[in-house]
Write a protein of this length. Structure first.
Length: 96
């Protein structure tokens, strides 16, 4: 579980990142989760964009993606989700 200070730090790092994945009208699926797992292991911090044609609730999508990828949900801002997961092999971010 991340503290408030750690979340603030991660939000500041994520500010300049571009979303890597998009969730559309198909919603989430196992293939998307698998790709997120691979990418988050390399990057540790990522943004995911939810498109306007997605009918599912963005909070439910964020919780589901965080749970299935075993990542921490840092923030949901607008239609963007920020996820963090400490990497086993490519540790780059040192949390305060």
């Amino acid at each position: 579980m991340l503290t408030g200070k750690q979340k603030r730090y991660l939000r500041s790092l994520a500010h300049h990142l571009d979303p890597i994945f998009q969730v559309g009208k198909g919603g989430t699926n196992d293939q998307l989760v698998r790709h997120i797992n691979d990418a988050i292991e390399k990057r540790e911090l990522m943004k995911i964009s939810i498109l306007n044609n997605c009918l599912d609730d963005k909070n439910e999508i964020a919780e589901e993606l965080a749970e299935k990828s075993k990542a921490e949900l840092v923030q949901i801002i607008g239609s963007t989700i920020i996820l963090y997961k400490e990497s086993k092999d490519n540790k780059q971010i040192e949390l305060p």
